[in-house]
Unconditional design. Structure first.
Length: 404
């Protein structure tokens, strides 16, 4: 089995029952099965309704899951209490796509085929990814049904907006495969460590304009910050990600504020009271003293560009929000520990993460990282090279006092 760089079999050992209902969005389910089995290492059992089989052949999902696809309540080698056994064995029952029909049946306890009987028996393990026409989704009956599911503790992955298969425009597109996988992870791996907490994460570089087309910046890609934001979301936090210019696929359920300069990041950050701040952004240290609001022709470029220090974002945040637990990041090559501890002390941080860009597979641009965590109390944790998601998970446990 090939391991994915970003998700090295994080769900290995988990059993997921994937229910497929009728709808054009079912085409995404093929990639979903592949991702869950190959990239995440989960064991997936597919169950298809009669309507689902009109859109895609069970053979597709048998090939991808390596298991026979179940389609009927009263056929196959084992019938009896098959629906009960399947519900008991599954760690999660994921319905994607979830049609308006299956949502309505679930709300009203209707069990007239294999999938609906499994849902009735395993209702406490449910995760729905709705997909339907915008008018069907906005129908008061559907909206009421979804609200009832949520009140009963059923998790819903909100559909996206855009051009639908029927050529209508609006909400109703099934969430992306990446978003569904994140929701599955949160359901299976999340421990609720940050439930009820507000977490702010900064990510990526800042750009400091020289003129209309040139700027000073650095190599940060924002991957570490996004990993922290996604892990905090998985643990139940209300998350705000403040990010400089990055090219990342940020989940829709993470509130995101996009900025460019250090000054813009400071302004955005000072509007965010939080329980925890993870200052992962590589804020550029210097800014030009003067910005030219046109393109300087090459022949008129000065030999020297006067610069000044960028605003001290963390210190300003600490002054306004003295009770926030702040974790900073330190990119250091020489005297890394000493410089990191000095930064933690002078900026009023509770923790600081030191990463060395000269370490292979660490710091800027990589999907992996290797860091050392220091606390104000003098504790130290070395986190050997791992995926940034796994590193982020450990950082959150250390900095929230919920584990190491």
């Amino acid at each position: 089995m090939t391991k994915s760089k970003g998700n090295p079999l994080r769900l290995k050992g988990f059993k997921i029952l994937l229910g497929l209902t009728g709808g054009i969005a079912i085409y995404k389910a093929a990639d979903l099965v592949r991702r869950l089995t190959v990239d995440y290492g989960a064991e997936v059992q597919v169950v298809m309704t009669a309507s689902a089989q009109k859109f895609m052949s069970p053979l597709v999902f048998e090939a991808l899951s390596g298991k026979p696809v179940l389609t009927h309540l009263f056929s196959g080698g084992f019938v009896g209490t098959r629906h009960i056994s399947l519900a008991k064995e599954a760690d999660l029952i994921l319905i994607a796509p979830a049609s308006a029909n299956i949502i309505a049946k679930t709300v009203h306890g209707i069990a007239d085929d294999l999938l609906s009987t499994i849902i009735l028996a395993g209702w406490h393990k449910m995760l729905f990814a709705p997909a339907m026409n915008v008018n069907m989704l906005e129908n008061p009956a559907t909206r009421t049904n979804i609200e009832k599911l949520m009140k009963r503790g059923v998790s819903i992955i909100n559909p996206g907006e855009g051009l639908l298969a029927c050529h209508d425009e609006g909400k109703g597109k099934m969430a992306s495969v990446a978003e569904i996988c994140e929701a599955v992870e949160a359901k299976l791996l999340g421990q609720g460590l940050l439930t009820g907490k507000k977490v702010v994460v900064t990510a990526g570089p800042t750009r400091e304009k020289i003129d209309a087309v040139r700027y000073i910046s650095n190599y940060s890609t924002g991957k570490m910050g996004l990993a922290l934001a996604m892990e905090a979301k998985k643990e139940g936090a209300q998350v705000t990600l403040i990010t400089g210019p990055v090219s990342l696929d940020i989940p829709r359920d993470i509130d995101t504020v996009k900025v460019e300069s250090a000054r813009e990041m400071l302004k955005a950050l000072l509007n965010q009271a939080a329980d925890y701040l993870y200052m992962s952004a590589a804020v550029e240290d210097i800014v030009p003293e003067e910005i030219i609001h046109r393109k300087l022709k090459k022949e008129f470029l000065p030999n020297v560009i006067p610069v000044k220090k960028a605003p001290d974002i963390v210190s300003a945040f600490r002054k306004k929000f003295p009770d926030t637990k702040i974790t900073g990041f330190s990119v250091e090559i020489e005297q890394g520990k000493e410089n990191s501890l000095y930064k933690m002390e002078t900026k009023g941080l509770d923790f600081i993460i030191w990463n060395n860009p000269e370490t292979e597979g660490a710091a800027f641009g990589h999907d992996t990282n290797e860091v050392t965590v220091f606390s104000r109390e003098g504790k130290e944790w070395f986190l050997p090279k791992d995926t940034k998601r796994n590193i982020a998970s450990r950082i959150i446990k250390i900095t929230t006092g919920t584990g190491a």
